[in-house]
Design a protein around this ligand. Structure first.
Ligand code: GLU
Length: 451
């Protein structure tokens, strides 16, 4: 990198950090993007002259509101919620809602910023947004979850709409929460419309939406491996997390011939040296989605499965790592451990799971890394297909949606390869995804003039 480029990156980041104090996750997400985008912008002056990057890192607006609700013991509880409407240049704002005690404005701005690029990569007309609350769903009763979702929607309903902003799920928000929110929206507005995605199948949801993020990651991984004349067959995969993304990544990876040896939750990870089989996967799905239990219960139930409390799975040797839990779950030490154990590829199922040091280590060791905005775009892509089905008042078959998902993931892969820098035989997917995602949004912003 030339001195002029690194000076420009430093200058840009200093300004961004000054304008957005105390938002480390947002700084990190932007830094990762500008490291690869600024060299591109410096050689495409039209974007520089129009200050597109400065404009793209400033959300269109942020709505912040109080959510009051009553718990089962009659105590009044207060949480904070946000909707970050980041950029609607190429379509209505689109992105999930996260319920987790560590949700802050910084976390939602990083997610909304990333979502803008991700949604652009899908090729569908979706802008970027994200929302959430510091509400902790862990240990809450069904009724408490319902009251919280209803109270949140009392404020959120006035800010969303099928042509304005279409939220969906994310960590802590699945079909139960989407259903409570959708039901409340319908009462408030007296309208049945596709204002949320991830809905139940009997009220406008799409087949394959539940599986889409995890399946999409496995498809993207297969595309990456095919690109270097390899495949998932017989690959040892280490997957973190045990939510929606992780479980369906396991399912598809097994179907494509891989052996998946780990899963995790916030208590620790499980190691299955012989590989997770379909019976085990069914057990874990029931444990995690119906009983809402902990991953160590899986280890207690099966012989030959070990549980490691308080640890992440990155010291287990594997060919491919799928971080599918949450942000910053792979740091420099984790990436070094993976590299020393011979990892060939990293496929990000979670958003921003690898920190900047980890990214630099992987790039240096020529480990191919599929960034979240490309690898996990399958979820929001099928959300986009759900919007299309809602607008048409039709439901497509499972095969039709799955086929479209596959083609979208293949198309994203091609765009990444087309825009990446080639270092001999190494494809830098991060650069490819950032440039491809950026240009579509940036060109729309240029067309709109100074807005
Ligand atoms: N939360 C998911 C993501 O990070 C899905 C968003 C959506 O379907 O709108 O992409």
């Amino acid at each position: 990198m030339s001195d002029a480029t690194s000076h420009e990156i430093d200058h840009f980041m200093k300004g961004l950090m000054k304008r957005n104090p105390g938002e480390p996750e947002f700084h990190q997400a932007v830094h990762e993007v500008v490291e690869t985008l600024i060299p591109f912008i410096l050689s495409n002056r039209v974007y520089k002259d129009a200050q597109i990057l400065e404009r793209m890192t400033e959300p269109d607006r942020v709505v912040i509101f109080r959510v009051c609700w009553e718990d089962d013991s009659g105590n009044i509880r207060t949480n904070r919620a946000w909707r970050v409407q980041f950029n609607n240049s190429i379509g209505p704002y689109k992105g999930g809602i996260r319920f987790h005690p560590n949700v802050t404005l910084s976390v939602l701005k990083f997610l909304g910023f990333e979502q803008t690029f991700k949604n652009s990569l899908t090729g569908l007309p979706m802008g970027g947004g994200k929302g959430g609350s510091n509400f902790n769903p862990k240990g809450k009763s069904d009724r408490e979850i319902m009251r919280f979702c209803q109270s949140l929607m009392i404020e959120l309903h006035r800010h969303i709409g099928e042509d304005t902003d279409v939220p969906a799920g994310d960590i802590g928000v699945g079909s139960r929460e989407i259903s409570y929110m959708f039901g409340q929206y319908k009462r408030l507005e007296n309208r049945f419309s596709g204002i949320l995605t991830g809905k139940g199948l009997s009220f406008g949801g799409s087949l394959v939406r539940t599986e889409a993020t995890g399946y999409g990651c496995a498809y993207f991984c297969e595309n990456m491996l095919n690109h270097i004349e390899d495949s998932l067959v017989d690959k040892i995969c280490s997957i973190s997390g045990s939510g929606n993304v992780a479980l369906y990544a396991v399912e598809k990876a097994i179907e494509l011939g891989a052996k998946v040896v780990t899963l995790s939750d916030s208590d620790g990870f499980v190691h299955v040296p012989n590989g997770i089989n379909l019976e085990m996967l069914a057990f874990i799905k029931e444990l995690k989605t119906v009983r809402r239990g902990r991953i160590h219960e899986f280890a207690n139930h099966y012989k030959g499965v070990d549980f490691y409390a308080g640890k992440r799975p990155w010291n287990v040797p594997c060919d491919i790592a799928f971080p599918c839990a949450t942000q910053n779950e792979i740091n420099r030490a984790d990436s070094q451990e993976l590299i020393n154990n011979g990892v060939k590829a990293v496929v990000e199922g979670a958003n921003m799971p690898t920190n900047l040091d980890g990214i630099h280590e992987f790039r240096h060791a020529k480990v191919i890394l599929a960034p979240a905005k490309a690898a996990n775009a399958g979820g929001v892509a099928v959300s986009g297909l759900e919007q299309s089905q809602n607008a048409l008042r039709l439901s497509w078959s499972r095969e039709e949606v799955d086929q479209r998902l596959k083609s979208i993931m293949l198309e994203i892969h091609s765009k990444c390869v087309q825009h990446s820098h080639k270092y001999e035989d190494y494809t830098d997917y991060i650069t490819g995804a950032n440039i491809a995602g950026f240009t579509k949004v940036a060109d729309a912003m240029l067309a709109y003039g100074i807005v």
